[in-house]
Every structure is written in C-alpha cells, then in structure tokens.
Design a protein around this ligand. Structure first.
Ligand code: ADP
Ligand code: ZN
Length: 622
C-alpha cells in the first residue's frame, strides 16, 4: 500500500471520530478532576506540616481553589531528591499560610477557571492528535522497506532515556569510610586512563562491576568518583525506570544507552537498582514479567557485544546480589563484585569529616562523639544529619553549628519529629513511670547499656523515650546482655503494673513487648541459649515479615515447636519477675525521679546516674 494523505484520512477519520467520543465519555471527566495531578506521589496533610517544620519544603503551588497543593520538597523519606508531591488540603487550613510565611516558603496559587478550560481543550485535542501522529508513523513505516521489526515500537526513543553527566566533579576524596571498595575502584580508574598498561601484557579490562550494599552507603557516589577521577562522562539509569508499560521500551532504552556510550567511550555506565531488571528470570509472584526479561536479555546482549577494551565500564548497584540472575554474574559481564557496607566507627568519622568541610561547626563539637552516637547510620544518613543540623542552626539565626543542633538532628533522624509534651495529667504520670521504669532497670543492670537521657517529649510514634548509649561492638553479645536488654525493655510495663495496678496497664508497651518476644525467641532458636540446647532452629534470613508458617523453611518437628514456645515463655517470665522486683525494691527513688522528670521533661544520662548513686548502689546484685 502506498502512502498518501488520502489513504491516511480514509483510514483514520472513523477511528478519530469514535475515539473522540470514547475519550470524552471515559477520560474527560477523570482528566478534569485530576487536572492538578502533576505528580503521582502523595503525602498526607499532617506529614506535609511536619515537612514544613523540618525545612524540607521548598515551594508550594495551590490548585483547585485551595483543595490541593503540589509541593516541591526534599527529604530523607523521598530519597533526598527534590520531588513534586501532591497533598490534599483540609477544607479550612488557616495555619498553613502563616506557617509557610514563617518558614519563608515560596507560595503560589493557581486559579482554577482558565486551567479547566485549557486542560479540557488540551484533553479534547490530545487523543485525536496522538492518533493521527501514530497512524502517520505506522504508514511511514509500512512504506519504508528498511524499517525492521525493531522499530515497530520505538516510543521509547521519544523520552528522556538516561542521564548524562559530562563531568561529575566527584573525586575519591569525597568518598570516605569504604576504603576497600575505593581501592578496587582506584584500579579501574587506571584501566580507563592508561588502558595500554593492561593491553600490552594481554590483560582484559573488566567490563562490569557490581556494587552490593544497603541504600545510602555511597554506591552512586563511588561510581561518579571513578568517572570524575578518570575524567570521563557518566551515563546513568535506574533499573526501576525500565519497568514500563510497553513491552520493548526497556530493551530499546538499553540499546540506546549503550549506543550513546560507545560513541562517547571511554565512559562509565551506571545502572542503579539493577535487581529491578536483573532478578532471576521466570520467578516472582504471578509469573515472569515479559518486559523485565526482555530488558535483561538486551542488557546481556549489549554487555557481550562490546570488547572489553573499548573503555566502557558498566557499574551496577544493588542491595541484593542473591536475587540476581546468574547470567549477569558470568565472566565477561558483572564478574567483579564489590561490597559496600554500613560504615563502622572510623568510617563514620571519616564521612563526617568529609561533610563537615563545607560547614561552619563550633570548635567545641567533636565529630568523634557524633560518630560514637550513630552506629547503624549510612553515609547518606550522616550527610543528612549534618545538613539537618545546619538547617536548624540557620533557623535559629546562629552562625555556627553547635552540639545542641547536632543532638536534635540525631534524635530526629532516629526517632522522628519532636512533638509537644503533654500537660500534667494522669497519662503524663503514667508515661513518666513507664520511661523511668526502662531507665532504672537499664541503669541498675551491669550488662545493660547506659542511659543517655530520658524524656517526656514525644517523637514520631513514641510518647516518651529513654535513650541508651549504643555500644560500638554489637557483633558478639552475651546471654546476660540479651537478658539485660529484655529486662530493660520490660521495665516500662513492669512500672505501670506496680504503680498503677494490673487493670490500668496501657497499650504503650506494645513495641517493647515485640522486642522482648523477638529477643527471647532468637535466644532459643538461633543462639542456642535455652535448655533445648545448642541448636540453630531458624534461618537467619527467614522472612520476619511473613510471620510463622509462611515462607518459613525451618525444619523442626511440631514437638520442638511446642518446646520452643515454652522456652520463650520461660525466659520472658523469669525476666519479667526480676524486672518487677527491681521496680518494687526501688520505688522511693523511682517516685522521686518521676517528679523530677515531670518537672523538667528531660533528664540527661549523667544527671540520672548521679541521682541514682545517691540512693542506691550501682550496679546492684540482681
Ligand atoms: P547509594 O547509591 O549507595 O544509595 P549514594 O551514593 O546515593 O548512596 O549516597 C547519597 C549521598 O550520601 C551521597 O551523595 C553523599 O552525600 C552521602 N554519602 C553516602 N555514602 C558516603 C560516603 N561513603 N562518603 C561520603 N558521603 C557519602
Ligand atoms: Zn516503653
């Protein structure tokens, strides 16, 4: 069939007419309602207010006569990237405008009328236009003898496919705390800079490096640093972006990516979240995913298709290497694997030093104390911590970050937003007894971590909090240390029981009890710390979220299962009894501490320990 405009019209006119009515009937109402739906991410109004408080909101656009806002924000929950998020506003929100003003946030309101007209006009035109365009493309293609099947669905081409940075500007000095991974990568920079050293002796340059580690540990940063050090361009794409609606789009993106990369070699290709495409083929709930498998196959083809010495190095990142398709890990593909872990004390200190460089920090602040207080923080958490502290400092119009802001920022990151304390009431007393219960048990047991502070100021979900100084070495924990932790966790509930009576105990201990049960269970099933004997009865990675019975591949009999349960109960009962004894025996000092806590709302660890020492011997023999 030869292409002609007459032909095109003949074919497309009825379709346009039908689809126009379809569009009007089906889509237009939705389109009109959702005219402000510029983004798919949503957030509750309450969370939005918290984001404002934290200084994470940069801009607010109000639509729909004040019913909807689209905000631009940056925050740890949304990957520390600037994102547009939609918020439904309550019917009357007078405090919002004042809040926005107070925080100097850019606010803009958009009238609804013109928008509606414009949107419905665009809506009405959009579908027919799309149809004509795609029909034209189809006709073109069928007239074009060279157009292979690969071009049938080249929608993928019209999108922004991947990010290119000519110069990342990141150097190895910007990356800290992950020295082994860095060393590995320094060699790769030499590959890129002086390939002849390697080719001269017949060595093949690696094509792919897989970075494995939890989020925020600096994998992207490291990949950018190679590009920056070798002074080559950086191409990046995220695996999750491949999972698209149209089959074939992912594959065509991979093709385009490698094509562009080859034109720009030497260069780095970075594939973030490779597990989104690289999961083992033919697995997953609901069968395989065609699109994903095609994308993966294309990736494998591309990696095989270029010679090792062209100067392209593909760096991929994942936090789960175990679920990757084994084909990806074969020689000539991602045959180098580099682990990037959550930093230890020294690592955290190094990372803090990197991020403290461009900040004004009071000379009294010791970064090593911060590093000590933050076990489990990733590099991104630490960067975020210093940034939060800087924001708090700026908000108070101070010109240097002090320990106070840093402390606040740490608490915020660990336990969430600070609320306001309750006014004096029965529940405030109950919470005070609960927290002092944790704190006193923790202080009197010699195997328990020290109390860092006790507070009645709520944070996140918690209505009061007792903080303990975390010990650095969490790798070997003794039986008596676990028991001390169980007793510490039971301290809150035990205090409620003894002071207020069995019938007054509250739901406030639910989180504590979860921890208690999980610790006791692990003592029995994983650490061999019960009379069942030194046996491992549960796999470390049996999924804690599925509950027992599902996804559970433990191989013990029902008889053992009953024993496990009774051993767990035995441990918890014994700890509970001892904890109650501690509370009973120290009732006088507990009452005093509660009065002090209600008056001051926060008692710091040293003060707490000093008061206890005046009244009783620490640690007591329990
Ligand atoms: P990942 O890719 O592992 O999720 P990123 O590389 O995106 O983590 O880290 C996010 C940010 O956190 C970085 O831009 C950097 O500011 C900070 N960061 C993370 N790890 C480190 C590190 N090891 N050294 C210095 N900064 C780090
Ligand atoms: Zn508690």
């Amino acid at each position: 069939m030869k292409f002609s405009w007459k032909n095109l019209l003949l074919w497309s006119l009825p379709i346009i007419v039908i689809s126009f009515f379809l569009w009007q009937g089906l889509f237009a109402p939705i389109a009109n309602e959702n005219k402000t739906n510029l983004t798919n991410s949503r957030m509750t109004y309450g969370r939005f207010l918290e984001y404002i408080e934290m200084g994470w909101v940069k801009k607010v656009d109000i639509y729909d006569n004040g019913h909807t806002a689209v905000i631009e924000a940056i925050g740890p929950e949304i990957g520390n990237r600037m994102q547009k998020i939609r918020v439904e506003l309550p019917a009357s929100a007078p405090e919002l405008i004042t809040k926005l003003k107070k925080n100097y946030i850019d606010l803009d309101a958009h009238p609804t009328k013109n928008n509606t007209a414009l949107w419905s006009l665009l809506g009405n035109l959009f579908f027919p236009l799309l149809l004509v365009t795609s029909l034209t493309l189809l006709f073109r293609r069928s007239n074009n003898a060279t157009g292979g099947p690969g071009q049938a669905m080249s929608f993928g081409k019209s999108k922004a496919l991947f990010q290119i940075e000519a110069k990342t500007g990141i150097i190895f000095d910007d990356v800290a705390g992950i020295d082994e991974a860095k060393e590995e990568f320094e060699e790769i920079v030499t590959f890129l800079k002086k390939p002849e050293y390697f080719t001269a002796v017949g060595a093949k340059i690696p094509k792919g490096v897989l970075l494995v580690g939890p989020p925020g540990t600096g994998k992207t940063l490291l990949a950018k640093a190679i590009a920056g050090e070798a002074n080559v361009p950086f191409f990046s794409i995220s695996g999750s972006e491949f999972v698209e609606m149209f089959v074939g789009v992912g594959a065509s993106r991979v093709r385009d990516l490698f094509k562009k990369a080859k034109e720009n070699a030497p260069c780095i290709i970075f594939i973030d979240e490779i597990d989104a495409v690289g999961r083992q083929r033919g697995t997953g709930v609901g069968g395989g995913n065609d699109e994903r498998e095609q994308t993966l196959n294309q990736l494998l083809t591309e990696m095989d298709g270029f010679e090792g010495n062209t100067g392209i190095i593909v760096v991929a990142a994942t936090n789960r290497a175990d679920i990757l398709d084994s084909a990806l890990l074969r020689p000539g593909r991602f045959d180098r694997q580099v682990n990037v872990d959550i930093p230890d004390f020294k690592g955290r200190l190094d990372i803090l030093n990197v991020h403290a460089k461009n900040k004004k920090i009071d000379t009294n602040v010791s970064l090593s104390i911060i590093a000590r207080r933050t076990p489990g923080f990733s590099g991104a958490d630490l960067a975020n911590l210093l940034n939060e502290a800087a924001i708090l400092t700026a908000r108070e119009r101070k010109n240097q970050i002090t320990l106070k802001e840093i402390d606040k920022a740490i608490d915020r990151i660990i336990a969430g937003m600070e609320g306001t304390a309750l006014i004096d009431s029965k529940s405030k007393r109950l919470i005070a007894y609960h927290e002092i219960g944790h704190a006193i048990v923790g202080t009197l047991l010699k195997d328990h971590e020290n109390v860092q502070k006790v507070t009645l100021i709520p944070r996140g979900q918690a209505r009061g909090l007792t903080w303990f100084t975390p010990s650095e070495d969490q790798s070997l924990i003794s039986r008596s240390q676990i028991k001390a932790r169980i007793m510490g966790a039971l301290g809150g509930r035990a205090a409620e029981e003894i002071v207020f009576g069995e019938s007054e105990i509250t739901t406030g201990a639910s989180n504590d009890l979860q921890q208690v049960t999980s610790m006791a269970r692990q003592m029995v099933t994983r650490f061999g710390m019960s009379t069942i004997g030194p046996m491992s009865l549960e796999n470390e990675d049996s999924n804690p979220f599925l509950g027992r019975g599902m996804g559970n591949n433990n191989e013990y009999s029902d008889e053992i299962a009953i024993k496990i349960d009774s051993q767990i109960k035995l441990i918890v009962d014994e700890c509970h009894k001892k904890t109650r004894d501690i509370i009973k025996n120290n009732r006088v000092i507990i009452d005093k501490l509660v009065d002090l806590l209600i008056e001051k709302e926060t008692i710091d660890g040293n003060e707490f320990a000093n008061i206890i020492k005046q009244y009783t011997k620490v640690p007591q023999k329990i």
